[in-house]
Ligand binder design. Structure first.
Ligand SMILES: C[S@@+](CC[C@H](N)C(=O)[O-])C[C@H]1O[C@@H](n2cnc3c(N)ncnc32)[C@H](O)[C@@H]1O
Length: 503
């Protein structure tokens, strides 16, 4: 929306209903001081989409999908995405001087050159690129590392800008000279472009923090070392903040850190599972195991009965920072149904113990090994997970879920060609496997095959749109085909901002 857009007068009931609609669909609460922004956004929307008056506009919003251009325009207008590189100096100094050197040394000692970071509410990408620059500073052998640097936002326009990586002088106002010289190139119009090398290390995706499920291997929000979610909670209801905090905890490895913004006030009740560390003028939250009673009920539905005769749960959600509840592996939990339930409620350690118990009693089925692979992957033990998955496939090479799980594990290990092969096998077994088309698209783009990647994502969208909207996906926590289609439309708009109307 242009900065100079005019405001318009809205009837109080229209304002109220607009606020309600935004809150329902995004969790964003519009405060009194943001009402002018809302009015300006509506004024711009009225002329841009040709609606006669605000009531028409509201009706169109109500009728439209959450991924419609009207809806996206409204969200982009009211979520002020102001951000800049190296924004919070105290946190950046802590990352540079303490957290990164410590973690890098530890990972080198473990011979595990991997690191996983999520910028949640990444806006135009400055926050994630800043972390990528810190990593480039500290890793002379950067190319040997398996870096997973993910930025997500609800605003597809911001995501498209993040992907392009082009910024004004103003965005670089706190950028150290050395980083400016090394990672940016100034264009003729004076804009600054992030180097292709740095852009190659980051990945951006659409994710609504108040609606989408995480942690999930599918959105790569699992087994994280660091989450930055700064200046985002200001938009949310306290109840949504509490829920997001619970899910962030589940995304982090034990000892992983969460960085919030200085003005992101949170209720102390939401700090369960975190310890607070004060920095100069800032703080960080470190995850530790929660009390067993905090284990949450199922976030994921068990697989549908039509999938197979035996119970089976899809490989989707991940939480390696969950507590280790005293695993009372009873007959109930070690049955296939019991293990499916444990996986369904993300009790990975218990599920793993239950599979070990069955193995000790002589069970060696392909499905049991698949369960084991899934639990291990979700606990961040990717190499062991791959072994278990391969063992499962050795017994049953025709199981599409095992091939898909294998692809996700290989992606985590950054073995891209092998991951692509597993995705293609999944699709050979089931060409309507939406998540496999989606992952293949992301992977192809990551490997520089932009056109092929877009084609795969469009295939995924076509399948998701054809399916019954509320039908659950095989392998994505809590997502149905309608939600997947909405996410795909958002992401396609991010990759092809001028690619035409996809509703
Ligand atoms: C002020 S910016 C913060 C950018 C960056 N984190 C920083 O601190 O510099 C807030 C961002 O949160 C995003 N946001 C708001 N509600 C969101 C939601 N429900 N899910 C995901 N992102 C959201 C907005 O689109 C916006 O880009």
């Amino acid at each position: 929306m242009p900065a100079a857009a005019r405001s318009c007068v809205l009837a109080p009931d229209i304002e109220e209903q607009l606020c309600l609609l935004v809150r329902e669909r995004t969790g964003i609460r519009i405060l009194d001081h943001q009402m002018d922004t809302l009015r300006r956004t509506v004024a711009d929307g009225l002329s841009r989409f040709g609606h006669g008056d605000a009531a028409d506009y509201l009706a169109a919003l109500r009728a439209a999908r959450a991924s419609s251009p009207e809806h996206e325009h409204l969200i982009a207008g009211i979520t002020v995405g102001e951000s800049y590189f190296f924004r919070d100096q105290a946190q950046m100094a802590w990352l540079r001087e303490q957290w990164l050197p410590r973690l890098i040394a530890q990972r080198r000692a473990e011979n595990n050159l991997s690191l996983r970071v999520w910028s949640a509410g990444s806006s135009d990408g400055q926050e994630l690129y800043s972390v990528a620059m810190l990593l480039a500073e500290q890793l002379p052998d950067l190319e040997r590392w398996n870096l997973h640097l993910l930025g997500t936002d609800i605003n597809p326009e911001a995501l498209a800008r993040a992907l392009r990586g082009r910024y004004s002088d103003w965005s670089l106002r706190a950028t150290p000279e050395a980083a400016r010289t090394r990672h940016f190139r100034q264009e003729k119009n004076r804009a600054w472009s992030v180097s292709a090398a740095l852009r190659g290390h980051v990945h951006f995706a659409y994710l609504n923090l108040s609606e989408d499920s995480f942690p999930s291997m599918l959105s790569e929000t699992n087994a994280l070392d660091l989450i930055l979610c700064r200046n985002v909670f200001i938009y949310f209801d306290p109840a949504i903040v509490a829920e997001v905090m619970r899910k962030f905890h589940a995304c982090l490895v034990p000892g992983g850190h969460l960085l919030l913004g200085a003005s992101d006030l949170i209720d102390s009740g939401t700090l369960d599972g975190f310890s607070l560390h004060n920095l100069d003028n800032a703080f960080t939250l470190q995850s530790h195991a929660r009390a067993p009673s905090a284990v949450e009920p199922a976030a994921v539905e068990p697989a549908r009965a039509d999938e197979r005769a035996q119970p089976k749960t899809p490989p989707q959600a991940v939480s390696v920072s969950q507590p280790a509840p005293s695993a009372t592996t009873t007959a109930a939990t070690t049955s296939y149904e019991g293990i499916t339930r444990l996986l369904g409620r993300e009790a990975w350690r218990e599920a793993l113990e239950a599979t070990a118990d069955r193995q000790m009693r002589g069970d060696d089925s392909a499905l049991l090994r698949q369960f084991r692979a899934k639990a291990l992957a979700n606990l961040g033990r990717a190499r062991e997970a791959l072994e278990a998955c391969d063992a499962s496939l050795a017994l049953d090479s025709g199981d599409k879920h095992s091939h898909f799980l294998r692809a996700l594990i290989l992606l985590e290990l950054h073995r891209l060609p092998a991951a692509e092969e597993s995705l293609r096998r999944t699709l050979f077994l089931d060409r309507n496997f939406v998540e496999a088309h989606y992952q293949l698209g992301l992977l192809q783009m990551r490997r520089g095959a932009q056109q092929g990647g877009l084609k795969s994502m469009k295939n995924a969208l076509a399948i998701a749109e054809r399916a019954q909207p509320d039908r659950r996906l095989h392998d994505a926590a809590g997502r149905d085909h309608e939600r997947m289609a909405a996410i795909l439309r958002h992401e396609l708009r991010m990759y092809e901002p001028d690619g035409g109307d996809r509703r």
